[in-house]
Design a protein around this ligand. Sequence first.
Ligand code: C2E
Ligand code: MG
Ligand code: MG
Length: 562
Amino acid sequence: MQSSPLGNAVALKSQLDILTEAAGDAVFRLDANGIILSASTRALILISAINVISGHFLTEFVPEPDRAALAATIAQTLQSRQPAQIKVHIHTDAGVFWFELQLLAYLNPQLEPEMLVIGHDISLQKASEERLRHISTHDALTGLPNRSLASDRLQAAIMEAHRDASGFTLMVLDLDGFKKVNDALGYTAGDALLCIAAQRLHAVLHPGDMLARTDGNQFAVMLPNLVAPAEIYSLARSMISALQRPFEIQDRLLYVSASVGAACYPQHGETEAQLLAHAETALYCAKETGKARCIIYDQEKFNRPPHDVTLEAAMFEAVKNGEFLLHYQPIVDANTRQIVGFEALMRWQHPELGLVPPVRFIPMAENNGLINLLGAWALKTACIQIRQFEKAARRPLYVAVNVSPRQFRNDLFLQRLDDALDLSGLDGSQLLLEITEGILMSDPELAENLLTSIRARGVRIAIDDFGTGYSSLAYLKRFPISVLKIDRAFIKDVLTSPKDAAICSAIISLASHLNLSTVAEGVETRQQLDFIAAQGCGLIQGFYTGRPLDPATAIDLLQAQA
Ligand code: C2E
Ligand code: MG
Ligand code: MG
C-alpha cells in the first residue's frame, strides 16, 4: 500500500476506503494544511459530526498532548513524503478512543500535496495493556500502588524536585501487632484488616499525597511538598490514631497500632535508595523506642558512613581482639563541684580508623545482637574500674552504665548484672543503670518486673536523655526510677531560649517533687552551670566539669583532688 504510485491517489482512496472499511479502520483525506477534505464512513460514524467534519483540522479531534505531536507528524510527513505512524487519543461524542494512525502523503491530480490518514482503533488493546499495567503496578488486596509503582513515583518526584529545586517528604508506616492478628485469626482476617487500614489511611491523607502498600504490613506515603517537622508529626499522629481505632472483623474487635519513619528530599537523601533506607532507619528506631510513634530521620543521630558494612564486619573481630574500651566522664556535685561518680562511655579503638564514637557502632551492635556481649563486658568492666577509682579518690563513687533496649530485654540481663556486682564486689547502690524512655514504653509490664528486680539489688535507674523520647509522665509514677538526666538538647540553649529554660526548670521541679535527683547533661559553660544549679539541679555532667577520660587520666585527676 505504501509503495503504490501516488498519482492516482483518488482511485487509491476509494479502494483503500473499501478495504479499510472492511477492516473497520477510519480514513481521512487531508489537504496540505491538515484540514479534512473527506472521510470514510467509519471515520464519520466515529466522530459523528457528519456535517461538520470536512473543513476542520484533524488535530481538532485530538486532545493535548497528542495534538501537538500529531500536528508535527502531519507537517513532517507532508514535507518529507515519507510514511509515518503515530498513536493518539481521538475525542468523539461517543468517548475517547486510542487510534494508531498511518500517515501517507502524495500529490493529487492537480499536483497539490495531500495526505491519507488511516486510523486503526487500538482502544481494546490499550485497555488490556492498561489492565495489565494496573495489575502489575497495584496491590491486588488493597488496590493501592505497589512497591514497584511507589518506586517509579519516588524516582519521578526526585527528578521533579531536583529540576524545581524543591523537596518532598517520604514516610514509611508499619503496622504494630499485625502479626498477632494473622497468627491468631488467619490470613483472611489479616487481609480484611489491611484493606480497612488502607481505607483509613487514605481518608486522613490529602488528594495529592501518594499512599502505597510496599510490603506485607508496610505502607509508604509520599507528600508532594517539603513540610515542617510539626506537620509530619501531626499527619503521623492522625494516621496512627486512625489505625488505633478498633477493627471489627469476623465479629471481633481487633486492635493494632503503627510506627512511622520519615525522610525528606533533599536533606535526608538525594537518591531513592538513600531516602528509603533513611526512612526505614527512622521507622526501625520508632519501633525500638516504644512503637506507635513517628521519628524523622536525623542526619546527626543516624549518620552511617558508607564503609559501615565493613565496619560492622570488623566489629565481630574487634570483640575477639579486645578493641573496645571505656572512657569515664565525671559527674559533679553542682554546689561543691566535687566528683561524685562517672558515666562509662564505650569507645572502639579501631586499628585504622582510630577512636570510633558510640553513635557509629552502638546502633549496629543493637541491630546485630552484639550489644548483649558488649553491654555485659561494659557493665563488668565499669564495676571493676570504679573500685580502682575509689581507691585513688579515697572516698565512695558511683558509676553510671548505659543499657540499650535489646540488652535490657535479654533473658540473661539480671544474671549478668549479678555477675558484675559479684565479681567487682561493688555495692548495688554504687551502680546506676541508664535506660531510655522507649524501653519503658515498648513493654511496660516486662520493664516493671525487671526494674523492680534491679531495685531489689540496690541498683538505681536513671532515665537518660529525658524529655526527648516518648513523653508520657505516667511512667515516672509507675516505675522505680531514681534519676532523670536532662538531655543536652535542652541545656544547649538554656541561657538564650526561654522555652528551654522553662523546660529545664520544670523537669528539675518535677523531679524534686517526685524525690528524684537530676543530672544536667552537656553543660559546657560556667553560665549554664550557674543557671542550672540555681534551678536546683544537683548534679552536672558536661565538658565544662570534665570530658570523658581514659581510666589512667581519671585516676590521676582523682589522686590530685584527693
Ligand atoms: P549518653 O548516654 O547520653 O552520653 C552522653 C554523651 O554526651 C556522651 O557522648 C558524652 O561524651 C556527650 N557529652 C557529655 N558532655 C557533653 C558536652 O558538654 N557537650 C557535648 N557536645 N557532648 C557531651 P558519647 O560518649 O559519644 O556517647 C553517645 C551515646 O552513646 C551515649 O549517650 C549513649 O547513649 C551511647 N553509649 C555510650 N556508651 C554506651 C554503652 O556502653 N552502652 C550503650 N548501650 N550505649 C552507650
Ligand atoms: Mg548515658
Ligand atoms: Mg544522655
